[in-house]
Design a protein around this ligand. Structure first.
Ligand SMILES: Cc1cc2nc3c(=O)[nH]c(=O)nc-3n(C[C@H](O)[C@H](O)[C@H](O)COP(=O)(O)O)c2cc1C
Length: 492
């Protein structure tokens, strides 16, 4: 607040600037009035009653909107002063309290589908985030983007992540998310993929902290729920921008900043830098949610200890072992047997059936997701703290191919000696993932039946071939870490 007052008084220096501020205030007040009247009756309205194309009243022509050649931030006027918020300080405080010390589920394109989030909630996750939603397409009522706004009843604190570089679009998409049940909105400032970057979205927003600040302030001012901002350490290969970016997000009045401890260029090749996350938490007042490379409870404790972050967020760790939330919440290590894991996967299958229906069309849609999930599930290995704790404190377990070796050491046997069921669950072949998904569907909710069907698959002679093919793919670099987030399909 003090900084904002100082900023406002420094702006009173010249008459044209004063006029600019007065006009901005006028614009902002009338915009806020417009929004208040919209929300006055929102509790009785259905999501469809919100006109996603509704725009704030036209802004007086102050000066040409800033355009930097790539249509970035094109509706973010310079000198936009802060306004009275729709969201109250009390709401923001409550939100901050309710995420404190928690392990949040990261926004995960494809992976963060509603049935998977429901599974995570059933295993102890208390804060969930949607897949990334392109604000513009959602406002144009694109059904795929609109579907991403849907929240399950069991999700008690659910955020919708949006990608936008325009205040108006962000505000309207935030309102849409709110009407659909979101408890908070998260702004994506980390997506490295080309289609996002070239539109000036995602990680491109990290290039100019001052502009990011205006964008975040504008969206936070116009939506009735808290706004969080998910950033990386920088848009290039330098980690230095992270400090200025977090400062910008704090000054803009976001409720929290989520920091994925890598730069855009680093992708998943380097370990997430929790020291930098910690340094930012120490120098800033805004709650920092640390993110990157958490696979075990002891890694979570270690990284939280290093950083003193307000909360942590997990992505790939949840995709590999959704029970990581149970471990974090109950402070235990859980190394489920093959049968227990099959029971978890069967629960997910049931949630897909609830979501898509248990008919032929539903199965077709389920098969677009479940084999993909097996691409992560198959990477699960028991990694007991006694054996791996020390190693994990030096280098994240997720960043290594350690798991393959680990399994043999832990269980005191060679890979070939593992029970066939265990080998099947670890198999990286896509054909195996499709067969297991089919078996879960056919098990009709019975764990015993699912285990039987899995054992049949493991014994029918395909497993050896799948293992050989997967090994060849891994050696040629086709398997490996693409599925762990190196691929260009990843939006984070
Ligand atoms: C399959 C997949 C999809 C992702 N999709 C998104 C996304 O839509 N939005 C986003 O901000 N980050 C996305 N990310 C990045 C994650 O949210 C997270 O920041 C990153 O994976 C680091 O956390 P982790 O080491 O716990 O996986 C995605 C990551 C993966 C693996």
């Amino acid at each position: 607040m003090a900084e904002r007052l100082a900023f406002a008084s420094s702006m009173q220096a010249s008459t044209p600037t004063r006029r600019l501020i007065a006009l901005d205030r006028h614009r902002v007040r009338s915009r806020a009035r417009g929004f208040f009247s919209l929300f006055a009756s929102s509790s009785t309205e259905t999501p469809s009653s919100v006109d996603p194309d509704a725009r704030p009243p036209p802004r007086p022509a102050l000066k040409k909107p800033h355009v930097d050649g790539r249509r970035q931030f094109s509706d973010v006027p310079d000198g936009l002063a802060s306004v009275e918020r729709i969201v109250t300080d009390a709401q923001v405080r409550t939100f901050r309290d309710s995420i404190r010390g928690k392990l949040l589920l990261a926004p995960l394109t494809k992976g963060g589908n509603l049935p998977f989030r429901r599974l995570c909630v059933s295993l102890g996750c208390e804060v969930t985030v949607s897949e990334m939603v392109f604000a513009r397409f959602a406002l144009k009522k694109n059904p795929v983007e609109l579907a991403r706004l849907r929240k399950h009843d069991s999700e008690t604190l659910f955020g919708v992540q949006i990608a936008t570089n325009q205040i108006t679009e962000g505000v309207n998409a935030g309102r849409l998310a709110h009407e659909a049940g979101a408890d908070f909105v998260d702004l994506n400032c980390g997506c490295p993929i080309h289609e996002t970057w070239k539109r000036g979205l995602g990680a491109a927003l990290l290039k100019k902290p001052r502009k990011l600040e205006r964008l975040v302030r504008g969206i936070a001012d116009g939506i009735p729920i808290p706004l969080t901002v998910k950033i990386r350490l920088g848009a290039g290969s330098s980690e230095a921008p992270a400090h200025a970016l977090a400062e910008a997000v704090e000054n803009a009045g976001a409720a929290a900043v989520v920091i994925h401890g890598r730069t855009k260029e680093a992708r998943y090749t380097k370990a997430a830098n929790w020291e930098t996350i910690g340094a930012i938490q120490a120098e800033r007042g805004i709650p920092v949610v640390g993110n990157g490379d958490i696979l075990t409870r002891y890694e979570l404790n270690d990284r939280m200890g290093i950083s003193n972050a307000h909360a942590a967020m997990v992505g790939r760790g949840a995709l590999i072992k959704p029970w990581i939330f149970k471990e974090a919440k109950e402070g235990i290590d859980w190394e489920p047997s093959a049968e227990e894991r099959i029971a978890v996967y069967l629960t997910l299958c049931g949630y897909f059936q609830d979501h898509f229906r248990a008919d032929e069309l539903g199965k077709k849609r389920y098969m677009e997701f479940m084999p993909w999930h097996f691409g992560f599930f198959c990477r699960y290995r028991p990694l007991p703290e006694a054996m791996y704790g020390e190693m994990a404190s030096r280098y994240p377990l997720l960043q290594t191919r350690l798991g393959i070796v680990a399994a043999k050491e832990v269980e005191g046997m060679d890979g070939d000696e593992l029970p066939a069921l265990e080998r099947l669950l670890r198999c990286e072949s896509e054909e195996a993932h499709a067969r297991m998904s089919e078996a879960l569907w056919d098990a009709l909710g019975s764990v015993e039946r699912a285990v039987e069907l899995f054992e049949d698959i493991a014994k029918d002679g395909s497993l050896e071939r799948w293992e050989r093919e997967a090994e060849v793919a891994r050696r040629s670099g086709r398997g490996g870490d693409e599925g762990m987030g190196g691929g260009d399909a990843i939006r984070g």
